[in-house]
Design a protein around this ligand. Structure first.
Ligand SMILES: Cc1ncc(COP(=O)(O)O)c(C=O)c1O
Length: 425
């Protein structure tokens, strides 16, 4: 029965039962974590052979005969550029392979826009008050980068097809101080949705008032499928070629959740004029990337098919965890009007919307009972969820047995917070 349809007496009864369950669970003194989207230990074990790849000096050569132990190849190893080219859907010559983190490359790109900007335009930092669009719920660290550089963050609602494109088109076409938008187009963080073909085409067809408007297209989960019917994302770069907007998209990906987070390989792809600006920026920053890490990744994966095979091993480990979370949500919360959630075909998260005004309370109840969740509000600009409703659940790290305990507590907390809220009215 829907909580909103219960009498005060019925609801008080339900609340008392939930409180009892909650107190019993809290007394177990658990210490569980569903906060950050990290691969589990057994996922990390899948890539251990990568560390044994470089054993003798004859292993150190790239396909071009370059000794990877030395300086050089600022754009990265050709074999690694090939793999990313196929992951990102951009020609290898327009791919720069960087260091260990795509977020680092995004930060550097924005930093370069701030201090140097693009030909014919002032650097962003010299253009006065500037703004960035943040489809929400979204990835907190994206928002944090543009907040760090002093931009005003504008929340764009996420729909089941991607960001609200009516709003994006209207804002971008009228306001030259809007410099860009953050996007996670496939299995978005945290909703797990993939932008529809129409959304991608509308992005490619944008007519921004700002000549230096950029789409930060973070395709972090491009190969992270969890089902036999994976989502298909239309290629923004190809669409932008058709619309003559090739300078707009800047595309990112990494092997963080393929090999090792923090010790993987990241890449960026973009049209030629963006690359001229960014390569110059990089040339002052570094003499070159860590090619030995790139080389051992190439030796381990061999090619894009190797990456896809490896992702099936990840899927075998994490699909049951997603299923566990969803099973609890469906069994415990369906039909009560206390929460709705996404059921993604891939990525790293399940997004739960609890009753309005309850997310902070749920997170704090969970914490008291030993379950750490991503902070309420984290998925919105400035950490402020206007409805105090969204909670990002990250199922990958804990073993299934711990997830079951954590989800039992989570579901009790979601119901308890809703009952408290309704009774307080
Ligand atoms: C959407 C998205 N982009 C980027 C990252 C971080 O990637 P990297 O480790 O390559 O910096 C994450 C990590 O959770 C993410 O969810």
């Amino acid at each position: 029965m829907q909580y909103t349809e219960m009498s005060k007496q019925e609801l008080s009864q339900v609340k008392a039962e939930l409180q009892k369950k909650y107190d019993d669970l809290k007394a177990l003194g658990l210490n569980l974590n569903m906060a950050r989207g990290k691969p589990s230990v057994d996922q990390l074990d899948l890539s251990m052979k990568l560390l044994d790849m470089l054993n003798s000096s004859s292993d150190m050569m790239s396909s071009t005969g370059m000794d990877c132990r030395n300086y050089g190849m600022a754009d990265g190893l050709p074999e690694m550029r090939d793999i990313f080219s196929q992951m990102m859907g951009v020609e290898p010559e327009n791919v720069i392979v960087g260091g260990n983190s795509s977020l680092n490359m995004m930060f550097d790109f924005i930093s370069c826009c701030m201090t140097h900007g693009f030909p014919g335009c002032e650097p962003w930092a010299k253009q006065g008050h500037i703004k960035f669009l943040c489809p929400s719920p979204g990835y907190d660290r994206h928002f944090a980068v543009t907040e760090y550089f002093g931009m005003e963050l504008i929340t764009i609602p996420m729909l089941s097809t991607g960001p609200d494109m009516d709003m994006v088109e209207e804002l971008v076409s009228q306001d030259a101080s809007i410099k860009g938008i953050w996007c996670v187009p496939k299995y978005s963080n945290p909703l797990g949705i993939t932008y529809s073909d129409e959304t991608v085409r509308r992005f490619a067809a944008l007519k921004p008032a700002a000549k230096d408007f950029r789409i930060m297209w973070d395709n972090a989960y491009c190969v992270h499928d969890l089902t036999d019917t994976p989502d298909q994302l239309l290629n923004l770069y190809e669409e932008c070629k058709k619309t003559g907007n090739i300078d707009m998209p800047v595309i990112f990906a990494s092997t963080s959740k393929i090999s090792f987070p923090g010790a993987g390989v990241a890449a960026m792809a973009a049209g030629p004029s963006n690359l001229i600006v960014f390569r110059e920026h990089l040339s002052f920053q570094t003499i070159g990337p860590d090619k030995l890490n790139q080389l051992r990744h190439v030796m381990f994966f061999k090619n894009i098919d190797g990456v896809r095979e490896h992702m099936k091993l990840h899927r075998n480990l994490i699909a049951p965890k997603f299923e566990t979370v969803l099973r609890y949500l469906r069994t415990e919360l369906t039909g009560k009007g206390v929460a709705s959630w996404t059921e993604p075909n891939g990525g790293y998260f399940i997004s739960v919307d609890v009753m309005e005004g309850c997310a902070k309370r749920v997170v704090s109840l969970c914490k008291e009972a030993g379950v750490v969740l991503t902070g309420a509000g984290a998925t919105y600009p400035y950490g402020k969820d206007p409805k105090d409703s969204n909670i990002r659940v990250a199922p990958t790290y804990p073993p299934v047995s711990e997830l079951e305990q954590a989800m039992e507590i989570f579901c009790v907390c979601v119901q308890l917070a809703a009952a408290e809220k309704l009774l307080a009215k």
